[in-house]
Design a protein around this ligand. Structure first.
Ligand SMILES: Cc1cc2nc3c(=O)[nH]c(=O)nc-3n(C[C@H](O)[C@H](O)[C@H](O)COP(=O)(O)OP(=O)(O)OC[C@H]3O[C@@H](n4cnc5c(N)ncnc54)[C@H](O)[C@@H]3O)c2cc1C
Ligand code: FES
Length: 340
């Protein structure tokens, strides 16, 4: 059984099988609906069902509340059609010619960047060109069918390998494996590129980049891409961490000011009361942006990191500083839903 789905605005139409989510069907039709975790956890794919009925599937209540569901909202990464649909989504773009693929890769290098951050350098098969947009992520495919999402930290022009910055999670199974047992030459499988968090290059708006912790990874990809392409737009990069060690590539970030004259780098520490030698900014990273910009109606903001930081940034910058919702791009680092 297939259903016809019509997308507003724009009027694009595509078919979905009854067991396909709206997002899966849209991606298969090369229509990139906004999305992040694809797991019902981050809310990035939220849109409105204007006509028709869906099965909402299992999702986190913080990503879609019962009240929103009653108002007709749905998470398109979980919602499956029960009839033909008319749905509304923001920021829909044509996927272009970058396919989502499943590929093997080899662990080329493991490097501790901080006590709880590991750089994982993955080498791709020589015969396979892997293309992606600066800011996207991959899913590592685990043997039991589970997946773990990590943002790509290198730029697309450097596509013979994939650099990831993996933060160790208390009680986390895959990240513990990375820190304790993973070795060079181990073989992994992944799917990608995924996500709709990438630099919009058809815009001329000044850019504000907001990274929390390893949310720096996709921001690094975006900046290295900007350096490679000689991007002229003004860029303000805010990187927040609790302590100085959390700014695990601070030297590199500082060096970007010389490589890209339009870039300003502002590191921000939230928990450095004891660090009297720290002369930089203190407090929460989204608050530092709010302190520096009285209004952001002409800007684009790219924010990446913990879900609480993304929520605070979205509310503070869109509601408090006039940033249009369509100019706020984010990847929230949610955890995968536990199996079962
Ligand atoms: C789009 C995207 C991009 C991301 N990019 C990055 C990145 O670049 N760098 C990065 O460091 N992270 C990133 N993340 C986050 C990363 O995917 C997670 O930190 C990772 O999946 C954790 O995997 P794990 O197996 O170690 O943890 P899990 O085993 O999934 O555990 C996660 C948490 O859930 C708890 N938990 C596990 N099982 C259960 C259970 N049955 N019941 C209750 N609690 C449970 C654990 O104790 C732990 O606190 C990204 C996430 C997304 C969605
Ligand atoms: S909730 Fe659907 S992409 Fe995250």
């Amino acid at each position: 059984m297939t259903y016809r789905i019509s997308l507003q605005p724009g009027g694009h139409e595509f078919d979905a099988a009854a067991d396909q989510t709206v997002l899966e069907a849209a991606l298969a039709a090369e229509l990139l609906l906004p999305h992040g975790c694809r797991d019902g956890a981050c809310g990035a794919c939220k849109g409105q069902v204007i006509e028709g009925r869906v099965d909402h599937g299992s999702h986190s209540a913080s990503a879609l509340s019962a009240a929103e569901q009653a108002e007709g909202y749905a998470l398109f990464c979980c919602a499956k059609p029960l009839s033909d649909l008319v749905v509304q989504a923001r920021n829909v773009v044509r996927a272009g010619d970058i396919p989502i693929r499943k590929l093997p890769c080899r662990v080329h290098r493991l490097q501790r960047l901080a006590d709880d951050v590991m750089l994982l350098d993955l080498k791709l098969p020589a015969s396979e060109a892997f293309r992606f947009r600066a800011g996207q992520y991959i899913d590592i495919l685990l043997a039991d069918g589970r997946r773990r999402s990590f943002s790509i930290a290198n730029a697309p022009h450097d596509g013979s390998h994939i650099e990831l910055h993996v933060r160790r999670i208390d009680g986390g199974s895959f990240t513990a494996h990375v820190f304790e047992r993973m070795k060079e030459k181990d073989i992994l499988r992944f799917e990608g590129p995924l996500g709709s968090f990438w630099l919009r290059e058809d815009s001329q708006r000044p850019i504000v980049l907001v990274a929390g912790g390893t949310g720096f990874a996709p921001i690094k990809s975006i900046i290295e891409h900007a350096i490679e392409t000689g991007l002229q737009r003004p860029i303000s990069l805010y990187w927040g961490a609790r302590e100085r060690a959390g700014l695990y590539l601070d030297e590199l970030a500082r060096s970007w000011e010389a490589a890209l004259p339009s870039l300003r780098y502002i590191p921000v520490l939230s928990d450095a009361a004891q660090d009297l030698s720290w002369e930089g900014r203190r407090g929460l990273v989204h608050q530092a942006v709010m302190d520096d910009f009285a209004e952001l109606s002409g800007h684009e903001v790219y924010a990446c990191g913990a879900p609480a930081m993304i929520d605070a940034a979205r509310t503070g910058l869109c509601t408090g500083r006039g940033l249009p919702e369509h100019a706020f791009f984010a990847d929230a680092f949610t955890f995968s839903t536990p199996a079962g």
